[in-house]
Structures are given as structure tokens and as C-alpha cells.
Design a binder for this molecule. Structure first.
Ligand code: SF4
Length: 401
């Protein structure tokens, strides 16, 4: 069985996109090619962590959630400094940036230089804003775990701030080019972070924020209501079930363009040369049989129809051939318009009697003595009967099967 380890947002998203890619990454631990924009994101995150961490004032935790209870009273300034923390100055910040820099994954020295300049600019602007308007962090780059109604989840939160009203604000840094308010409103990542923070902190989560680092615009959304989180919980449950059942089918799509596993993925893997000719001949044969199948299906349907018309005319159900007997069978099925049935039942206050809303549920309801006869009659009127005739062959002209 695959591991039932806790799901992170990126693991959940990877599985939803392609379960096979999830298996390559999380079961087989195959490495991916480094990419410059990921390296860049990691470097920026680590420098911001250095900048903000001295300002962290821990917030009360839920009992048993790791760090134990800490409160504002537990915070004391760095004794060496003897005063409140001071932010790095621009030179210190850039020194930290140079120390953290990594050139891994960039496609060219020019690309690396462009990113490096962008990082400098972005960090200096962040510092400027941070000095003028310091945030009130209670945690930075914190790893949290919890169980969400039975599903273990975990994640690293970039920053948790205290809001002016004493609640918590989850802040996720984004180095991407574009970001919008809808991204914050619809973000499953922020929803998962909310559940993680609520599972670990005593104070309520009030705001969820994607901070666009290129513009320093915070895209905020209020914390989600519990009911609004239900669909995400269902999707997480489906992912957890799929992993437990080892459902790792490839799901090709546009995302394959940036997948590093195309050479081993069955959807893209090429046929080994020695097998090429044999399999090509097999495919050609399959194709020609498939077209024979379609032609024969058409001929079969025409012969059955002709037999049916003759049998109707002559009032026959059994027609002998020279080797078998063709026997005409009748199949009957009732169909109901659920769009018509639902309002009838709702109007009579018995909507819950429709079960799974299949045709057999409706038929059961029609036999239900507790449903008023008039209502049953009206439901029955929404039905239509479908009759199908078909032929079976009995072997031997003597009628034996
Ligand atoms: S190439 Fe596409 S289908 Fe294959 S593993 Fe990667 S994402 Fe999945």
C-alpha cells in the first residue's frame, strides 16, 4: 500500500493533476530537473525569513499542538541587543541575499542575472515597506500538521501575522508575475493553511492573504466559513483514498508539457525498436478488425430488423434457420423525468423518498402505500415505457439451446 502520510497542498494538487506523476514524486522519489523560478522563490523566501524572524512574537497555541502555550508575555527582546529588534539595513539585506543566492536551474547566465536583479529590487522595496509599516508576525516559515476530520495534512506557512483585532492573518508570499484578488478568494492552498493554523493556534484566523512580492500588493480574503471548506475536504478525501488504493493512472493534459517524466510515462514512452515492426502490424490488424466489426454490426442490425418486421407480420416469435432457431425476445424499461418528479415530491413534502433518484427508486415509490395515491398517479404519468425487441439464437433446428 502507498504511504498514508500527511497531504500537503502541493502533494494534493499534484495528485489531482496526474496521479502517476504523484507516484513518481512521492513514492519513487524521482528527482525533477531544477528550475530557475523555483530556486528564485526559495532564495527570496529564505531572505525574507531572516528579515522578519527577529520580529516574531509567538501566539498562544492549542494544547497539545506542538510548542505548548506561549503568549505575548513570553516574548522578551534579544538580551544582547537590549532593545526591540531592528530590521536589517539595505546593505545587510543584500549581503544576506548574496549569501543565499543559488544559480541552480536557470537556462542561461542572462536569465540568472535578470532574476538576481529582480530579487534585489523586490527585497529592497519589501524592506522599505517593512520599516515604514512593520508587520506583527507570530510565526515565519512554520511547519504545521493537523488532522482535518480524519485526513492528516501538513504545510509550511510563510508568515502568520496578528491582525489589529487580535486574530491571525495567514500570509503566503508569491513571486509570480500575475496575481489577482480571485486567486486569494479561490486558493485551496490558503484554505488548507487556514485549517492547519486553526488546528494549532488558539486564536481565530481572520484573514487569508497572498502577498504579491513584485508589487507588494496584498490580495486579501476573509477566512473561509467552515461550510465553504467542505468541498475541499471532500476532494482531499478522494485524493487520500486514491493514494491508499494505489490508483496511479496517468492523466495526460497540458500539464505534461512541464512534466520531467515523459520519457518513462506510458502516455509518452516510445515503442522499443526491436518491437516496433511486430506491434505496428498488430495495430494494423486491430484497425482492420475494428472496421470489420463496425460493418458487421450494421449488417447484424439490418438482418435483425428485417426478421423483426417479418415476425411481426406473421405473428412469430421463433424462426428456424438451417443450423439454429432465431428466438424473438422482448425487454421493457420505464424511464421517468426526474426534473418533473422532483417538484411533485417536494410539493407534497416527501422529496426524501426518492433515494438515489434512479428509475428503480421511482418505481419503488410508486408501490409505496404511504405515498398518497393521487401523488403516485401524477408521478407515474411522468414515465414512459421503452420496449426493445432482440433476437437470440438457439442451437439446432430441434430447438435445443
Ligand atoms: S507526462 Fe503527463 S501523464 Fe505522464 S506522468 Fe507526466 S503529467 Fe502524468
Amino acid at each position: 500500500m502507498a504511504s498514508a502520510a500527511a497531504l500537503s497542498y502541493s502533494s494534493y494538487r499534484t495528485y489531482l493533476e496526474c496521479p502517476l506523476r504523484w507516484k513518481y514524486l512521492y513514492v519513487e522519489h524521482r528527482p525533477e530537473l531544477p528550475r530557475g523560478y523555483f530556486t528564485f522563490g526559495r532564495v527570496i523566501h529564505s531572505v525574507l525569513e531572516e528579515l522578519v524572524r527577529p520580529f516574531v512574537v509567538a501566539a498562544p497555541r492549542r494544547p497539545g499542538s506542538g510548542d505548548g502555550q506561549k503568549t505575548l508575555d513570553d516574548w522578551s527582546p534579544d538580551p544582547a541587543a537590549g532593545s526591540a529588534p531592528r530590521p536589517l539595513n539595505p546593505e545587510e539585506l543584500l549581503r544576506e541575499y548574496d549569501r543565499a543566492w543559488s544559480g541552480t536551474g536557470y537556462s542561461s547566465p542572462e536569465e540568472e542575472a535578470r532574476y538576481r536583479a529582480l530579487g534585489r529590487e523586490l527585497l529592497l522595496r519589501f524592506l522599505d515597506q517593512f520599516v515604514r509599516n512593520p508587520s506583527t508576525p507570530v510565526a515565519v516559515e512554520e511547519h504545521l500538521e493537523t488532522r482535518w476530520d480524519g485526513i492528516p495534512i501538513h504545510g509550511y506557512i510563510d508568515r502568520i501575522d496578528r491582525t489589529p483585532t487580535g486574530g491571525l492573518e495567514i500570509v503566503d508570499y508569491k513571486t509570480s508575475r500575475e496575481l489577482s484578488a480571485e486567486d486569494a478568494r479561490d486558493s485551496d492552498q490558503l484554505s488548507i493553511y487556514q485549517v492547519l493554523v486553526e488546528g494549532n493556534y488558539a486564536e481565530p484566523v481572520e484573514r487569508l492573504t497572498l502577498l504579491h512580492l513584485r508589487s507588494l500588493v496584498p490580495h486579501r480574503s476573509p477566512a473561509r466559513a467552515r461550510t465553504a471548506l467542505d468541498p475541499l475536504h471532500v476532494r482531499l478525501g478522494m485524493v487520500a483514498d486514491g493514494i491508499r488504493e494505489q490508483a496511479f493512472e496517468p492523466t495526460p493534459g497540458r500539464h505534461c508539457a512541464r512534466c520531467d517524466f515523459r520519457t518513462i510515462c506510458p502516455e509518452f514512452k516510445t515503442v522499443p525498436a526491436p518491437e516496433g515492426r511486430r506491434l505496428a502490424a498488430l495495430v494494423d490488424r486491430f484497425e482492420s478488425l475494428r472496421s470489420d466489426e463496425r460493418r458487421l454490426e450494421g449488417e447484424l442490425a439490418r438482418a435483425a430488423e428485417e426478421l423483426h418486421r417479418a415476425a411481426e407480420e406473421l405473428g412469430l416469435h421463433r424462426v428456424p434457420g438451417t443450423r439454429s432457431i432465431a428466438v424473438r425476445r422482448r425487454e421493457e424499461a420505464w424511464q421517468y423525468s426526474l426534473d418533473a418528479v422532483r417538484p411533485l415530491l417536494a410539493g407534497a413534502g416527501v422529496a426524501d423518498r426518492l433515494g438515489h433518484e434512479t428509475a428503480s427508486d421511482v418505481r419503488r415509490l410508486l408501490r409505496d402505500a404511504e405515498v398518497p395515491a393521487e401523488l403516485r398517479r401524477r408521478v407515474a404519468e411522468t414515465g414512459s415505457r421503452r420496449v426493445r425487441w432482440y433476437w437470440e439464437l438457439e442451437n439446432g433446428a430441434d430447438g435445443s439451446r
